[in-house]
Ligand binder design. Structure first.
Ligand code: SAM
Length: 189
């Protein structure tokens, strides 16, 4: 089966790897396009916490504009990290680590950080603020759009979203990528 024509090749390869691995927890295409667009504004080193099978990484890679920009991504599950590595086996600009995201702490500062390990309490603002260079961007996805303040999710105050939207170290916006999905984009001051 050929890949949809609107997908970058590297993303189509990542979907093929995900399918073979039976993995479905990848970012949605709307978020992927946002990642690619933001990556196209970046240089230096970008990072991702939680590679999965490499779909988000591939979207980031599709936006990279030059040969010097790098992406490092960490995945706790070695089987998934191994699968994601296949996508980038011939690509010296992407490094997939089978490791906890904390392994990346000494690889910054990052020009973009995609927080997608699904551990909101652990990966709060304090944990990552100093990993991001001035003007660097943090992206968090998988929020449900909310028009009230403070933001409510599943009947409770969404303290993670509240924290990111109010932290003085970042200028942060919540952007709807679909009618049922929003993403936080935070720029380090
Ligand atoms: C939502 S999935 C990632 C999807 C991927 N970023 C994408 O866009 O396609 C979350 C992944 O984070 C991984 N993960 C969970 N805790 C982690 C940790 N402490 N360090 C690294 N990866 C972790 C999980 O194994 C899972 O594969």
């Amino acid at each position: 089966m050929s890949a949809p024509p609107d997908l970058p090749d590297v993303v189509a390869r990542a979907f093929a790897v995900s399918r073979r691995a039976g993995y479905v927890s990848f970012c949605r295409n709307e978020t992927g396009r946002l990642l690619a667009t933001l990556a196209a504004t970046r240089s230096g080193t970008m990072a991702e916490f939680g590679t999965g099978c490499g779909v988000g990484t591939a979207w980031l890679r599709s936006g990279v504009r030059d040969d010097a920009t790098r992406i490092v991504t960490a995945e706790l599950d070695p089987r998934l990290a191994g699968a994601a590595s296949e996508i980038f086996v011939d690509d010296g600009q992407v490094e997939v680590l089978a490791a906890d995201w904390s392994t990346l702490l000494d690889k910054g500062p990052f020009s973009l950080l995609f927080l997608d390990s699904g551990e909101p309490t652990e990966v709060g603002v304090d944990a990552v603020a100093d990993l991001v260079e001035a003007g660097g961007i943090v992206v968090l996805d998988d929020f449900t759009p909310c028009e009230v303040w403070p933001p409510i999710s599943y009947g409770r105050v969404d303290t993670l979203r509240e924290q990111w939207l109010t932290d003085p170290r970042f200028t942060t916006v919540e952007v709807m990528v679909a009618s049922d999905a929003s993403t936080l984009i935070a720029t380090r001051r």
